[in-house]
Design a protein around this ligand. Structure first.
Ligand code: PAF
Length: 293
């Protein structure tokens, strides 16, 4: 059997020893935090970070703190053996796969929390979710101390929150955003896509199609923002989507609501973001959109 080239580490002590050795040699370290069930979106993040650093660390940790009491923590897909093969093939130097006690030892009492940009959008239906994400990512970044960390564009609110957190807390890690990857049929890649039946997948494809339709209506000026979002929401529901949790356009850099600046001639770079439930699966997606006032 071929020997794996990816090194597997399960404790923060061993992780720190390896990272310190690399840093002492002057090597730049990049980290891609994940919850496993790796798909080609994750692999694209790894290929992207390889361009910026000398050594790539991927973490796999299904973080209990970011799941609500009625969410899918227990059934979240776990496939460590298959994940390790993929990491090896794509060229990962180190997999950090800690047990729960390594992240949340007995007596753990701390929460890291970002305000304002964690209100609304995904937070409205997932109270406490972002505190779980910011707390675990703080721990992962402090345990590893990477020079760069890359997060996927699909979770655009998460990326915006983590970038703010790293800046506010003077973390010595540059937080970067990796391109959103779609399957050939247009659906944004997600570990949760495995839950979809073939029929549900057809319904889910209406999500990216609707975003594109809204973008063209608004950018061409054939519909107002309000009309187009309302029509898009109705179209999703008519197509079989069970619930549209939000379909909104926000400013790109801080996710604040759109504001009109008088006299401004260049378009505002914004994001259209959606969360929708298909069958029992909650899906999110987003795309850039230019707003001409
Ligand atoms: O995006 C994810 O997979 C998770 O939210 C993250 C960033 C790994 C934290 O658990």
């Amino acid at each position: 059997m071929k020997r794996l080239s990816v090194q597997i580490i399960r404790t923060k002590k061993e992780l720190r020893t390896q990272i310190t050795e690399w840093h002492m040699k002057g090597l730049k370290v990049g980290m891609v935090p994940t919850m496993g069930a790796l798909h080609h979106g994750h692999l694209s993040l790894i290929r992207e970070i390889q361009k910026h650093v000398d050594k790539v660390v991927v973490s796999i940790f299904v973080n209990p703190m970011q799941f609500g009491p009625h969410e899918d923590f227990d059934k979240y897909p776990r496939s460590e053996t298959a994940d390790i093969k993929k990491l090896d093939q794509v060229g990962t130097d180190l997999l950090y796969a800690p047990e729960v006690g390594e992240i949340y030892p007995d007596g753990f009492l701390t929460t890291v929390s970002v305000t304002k940009i964690t209100e609304g959008l995904c937070a409205a239906k997932r109270p406490g979710h972002f505190d779980g994400v910011t707390t675990v990512v703080t721990k992962l970044l402090l345990q590893c101390l990477p020079d760069v960390a890359l997060f996927g564009e699909k979770d655009f609110q998460q990326y915006t929150v983590l970038k703010q957190m790293a800046k506010d807390l003077d973390m010595p890690t540059e937080v970067m955003c990796g391109r959103l990857i779609r399957d050939d049929d247009g659906l944004a890649t997600s570990s949760r896509n495995v839950y979809l039946t073939p029929e549900e997948r057809q319904i889910a494809l209406e999500i990216p199609k609707t975003l594109k339709q809204i973008i063209s209506e608004i950018e061409d000026g054939t519909q107002t923002i309000e009309e187009s979002l309302e029509k898009g929401t109705q179209h999703l529901l008519d197509s079989g989507v069970k619930e549209v949790q939000y379909l909104e356009i926000r400013q790109s850099d801080n996710l604040e609501p759109l504001t009109r600046t008088f006299g401004e001639t260049s378009p505002l770079l914004a994001r259209i973001l959606v969360a929708a439930v298909v069958g029992k699966t909650r899906l999110i997606d987003n795309m850039p959109i230019k707003i001409f006032f």
